[in-house]
Design a protein around this ligand. Structure first.
Ligand code: BGC
Length: 341
């Protein structure tokens, strides 16, 4: 009896030690865990928030972050990641600029024995992704499409999608079209322009809308803008012909300027994705994975090669009616930023 208890105790102790050792191994070796992060851009405010939060969480958890930003350049992202791997990171968090070519980055990481977390944007066509941390991106698009079709059930639509290199852009478009297509099929909605926006650039979005306005004698009733930054470009084009505030425009990211436009009535809505939570989940899960723990997931997303275990967070629609509650009371944006004139 005593022996059995002893063996049980010893077994439990052995399990405990095996769980503890990897974390302590870092401390014992006198080095901190190093998390490599590769981001596509800082041009959209959300990626600035992601970067800030990742740094803050890593600092609080006592791990090092090595962060690189490729500024929408796939070749640069590849060489920056090679560099990170050469420096000896323990795990790679990768938000690809080009979803498909970034597959080679994941392959290189695995070849070096380094696990890969695909962040926000899915890395496509590779078996070498260990985890995906994102939002339900089809739902993001659907929320935009539903909002727009409720406001404008009939009329001329401009449909803008994000960058064709970003798998999210496809999902946002698909989600939005689930709401818009039935109205097109009924003959109530006419899509007068349907275009991708290269690299999510606001100036590209602005030029496209200028062209559509000219081609349609300014008879545009609604614009699906795929994010807040492009919505800014769209609204500039509408303002040039006196239509800002008269034509509903969608968005996502809950950027400060979008919140201001929602209050001013020139942007109808945004989709709030809590990037701070997303960044925290990514860093904390990365730490667990380096320690050899299995992450808890709530979904899988196929990348055309494998079903990637995923942690998907939930997006929320924000408009004038709930902006205080969702963005200000939660502390995501300060009141003076939202109400800045
Ligand atoms: C992100 C959006 C962002 C866009 C442009 C997408 O992959 O999900 O939040 O606005 O990229 O940076």
């Amino acid at each position: 009896m005593k022996m059995t208890r002893f063996f049980c105790g010893a077994a439990v102790l052995a399990v405990m030690i095996s769980l503890i050792v990897p974390a302590e191994a870092f401390a014992a070796a006198g080095k901190k865990m190093r998390i490599g992060v590769s981001l596509p851009t800082q041009r959209d405010e959300r990626w600035v928030r992601d970067a800030e939060e990742m740094r803050a969480v890593a600092k609080a958890d006592g791990v090092d972050i090595k962060m690189q930003v490729c500024d929408n350049d796939a070749a640069r992202q590849m060489s920056q990641c090679e560099n990170l791997l050469a420096q000896g990171i323990d795990i790679l968090i990768l938000a690809p600029h080009d979803a498909t070519s970034a597959g080679a980055i994941a392959d290189n990481a695995h070849a070096a024995g380094i696990k890969v977390i695909s962040y926000d944007r899915l890395v496509m066509g590779t078996n070498n992704v260990d985890l995906y941390v994102s939002f339900d991106n089809f739902a993001v698009g659907k929320l935009m499409g539903e909002y727009l079709t409720r406001l404008v059930p009939k009329g001329n639509y401009i449909v803008l999608a994000g960058a064709p290199t970003d798998n999210n852009a496809k999902l946002y478009r698909e989600g939005a079209m689930e709401a818009i297509k039935p109205l097109v099929d009924k003959g109530d909605v006419k899509i007068v322009m349907d275009q991708w926006v290269t690299d999510w650039q606001p100036t590209v979005a602005m030029n496209l809308v200028q062209n559509a306005l000219t081609a349609n004698n300014n008879k545009i009733d609604a614009v699906l803008a795929p994010n807040d930054n492009t919505a800014g470009g769209v609204i500039q084009a509408l303002a040039q012909v006196g239509l800002a505030g008269k034509v509903p425009v969608t968005g996502q990211d809950a950027e400060d300027t979008a919140a201001q436009r929602i209050m001013a009535g020139t942007q109808a809505m945004t989709v709030f994705k809590n990037t701070r939570e997303q960044a925290r989940v990514a860093i904390e899960t990365a730490i667990k994975m380096v320690r050899g723990e299995k992450p808890e997931t709530n979904s899988v997303v196929n990348n055309k090669k494998m079903d990637v275990p995923s942690i998907l967070l939930t997006p929320v629609v924000v408009d004038k009616a709930n902006i205080d509650e969702v963005l200000i009371n939660s502390g995501y944006i300060s009141k003076d930023k939202v109400y800045k004139k």
